[in-house]
Design a protein around this ligand. Structure first.
Ligand code: AMP
Ligand code: GLY
Length: 423
């Protein structure tokens, strides 16, 4: 099978790593790719992945049998629609279903129409409506920009002034959703979806805030854990029944059902799980911790999805725990500079149980210069992952890798996975 993978983040490096282990693989191309994916296949840095015609042409040129779209922007731009029309099998929804992610207003209306448990919300279109709505709400309240914003289009407002400032700014690019602030803890649930069935993958926890103990601004994600040891045993079944199934029925009745990944961001509240957001692709950094636990061949799973057989596909899950720590550039997520040389120091095998622990290093925002030196090239530069028998082992080994990544201004959250210690 010849595969084209679209994207250039840590998620795509993890997907490329998993694909590269498939014995069905006969060629792997990544557009545009990063230095990590370049070690596993052929990067195509010059393809404009937001141009559906260019992606179709690329697939024809390299005789691609399967395309996987990692990030949301090409999906929203209609890349999957064009590939499907050209007869190229693709994992990822068309632009109509991608609106579940690319428009907060559309997605909130979808949840309301299909009675999916979520925060109570309303949509405002002008400064006047914003002021009227804010005046009758209690704080904190949550404001969401309508369009794609790489995890940075949401504010949990604690004062009226900051709510108003963010709201007015967000209104410049479209409508704004204002919703009740939910308390609880978050989990991300990924569903492999095809035209006939679905499979729910183990839950992940994503650490979205920049600061420790979940303080500071939202980021794309600073670390992840899979599965989530603090999720009660029966919670995934409850989520499947109260959220996943009604969501898929909603997709069916709106004629939006697709072949791809449905990502459900959830808050587990005292009142049960509630949807914070839908995405229509794998998460980053959740994928970096999730895929190392999937024993099945990812190309078998993709093939099953393309043929509408995911319901019966072999999907064995490793019983270990996986922890990922993102190493970021100074100033991320507010602003950051790039181009600093990266050094990866050797890590010693974990002294306690070298046989059960595996460490993986996934590139995100990195690039190489003309002399093949590795440089920083984004906010979230590397995801340092380790699998271990339990979260304590995995966490220690993941931090060992994070310590080994060295560039000017490098930082990471020190509390990924620490909830298990009662924090
Ligand atoms: P979203 O892009 O909608 O998932 O929002 C990004 C992040 O903002 C979420 O992962 C939560 O941490 C936070 N958030 C979003 N909506 C709410 C809400 N209604 N209550 C509390 N936190 C929220
Ligand atoms: N980890 C959050 C996201 O992928 O959107």
């Amino acid at each position: 099978m010849k595969v084209l993978l679209i994207g250039s983040g840590g998620r795509e490096h993890a997907i490329a790593w998993k694909i590269s282990r498939s014995n069905r693989l006969s060629g792997l191309y990544i557009a545009p790719g990063n230095p990590g994916t370049g070690q596993l296949g052929t990067n195509l840095p010059d393809i404009d992945v937001l141009d559906p015609a260019a992606v179709v042409e690329c697939c024809r040129k390299y005789r691609i049998n399967l395309a996987l779209v990692g990030p949301e922007a090409p999906l929203a731009a209609g890349v999957s629609d064009a590939l499907r029309e050209a007869g190229i099998p693709v994992i990822g929804p068309g632009s109509a279903a991608a609106r579940l992610e690319s428009s907060k207003t559309f997605s909130k209306q979808f949840m309301e129409r299909h009675h999916i448990p979520t925060a109570r919300a309303c949509t405002v279109h002008s400064g006047q409506e914003l002021d009227r709505e804010l005046a009758r709400r209690s704080l904190p309240t949550v404001l969401k920009m309508d369009g794609l914003a790489a995890g940075k289009g949401v504010l949990e407002a604690r004062t009226l002034d900051e709510a108003r400032e963010f709201g007015l700014h967000a209104l410049r690019s479209g409508s704004v959703v204002i919703e009740d602030f939910l308390t609880g803890y978050e989990v991300s649930v990924f569903v492999l979806l095809d035209r006939n069935g679905y499979r729910v993958l183990p839950a992940c926890a994503d650490y979205k805030k920049a600061g420790e103990r979940s303080t500071g601004p939202n980021t794309g994600g600073m670390g992840a854990v899979c599965p989530v040891p603090w999720l009660p045993d029966d919670m995934l079944a409850t989520i499947e029944e109260t959220i996943v199934q009604p969501s898929i029925r909603g997709l069916d009745s709106d004629e939006l059902r697709y072949t791809g990944v449905l990502y459900i961001g959830l808050m587990i509240t005292d009142d049960g799980p509630k949807v914070l957001e839908y995405n229509v692709r794998f998460g980053d950094p959740e994928t970096q911790v999730l895929l190392p636990l999937i024993r099945a061949d990812i190309l078998d799973l993709c093939d099953a999805m393309i043929n509408g057989r995911i319901r019966d596909a072999f999907l064995e899950i490793d019983d270990r725990v996986s922890v990922g720590v993102v190493v970021a550039s100074a100033g991320y997520p507010i602003d950051h500079r790039t181009g600093y040389p990266i050094q990866i120091h050797e890590t010693e095998a974990h002294p306690v149980t070298p046989d059960t622990i595996e460490q993986l290093l996934f590139h995100g925002g990195t690039r190489t210069d003309g002399d093949n030196h590795l440089l920083t090239d984004g906010g979230r530069c590397m995801t340092c992952v380790a699998r271990g028998r339990n979260i304590i082992e995995a966490r220690a080994a993941a931090y060992q890798v994070a310590e080994a990544v060295d560039f000017e201004g490098a930082w990471f959250r020190g509390d990924i996975g620490s909830r298990v210690f009662g924090e």
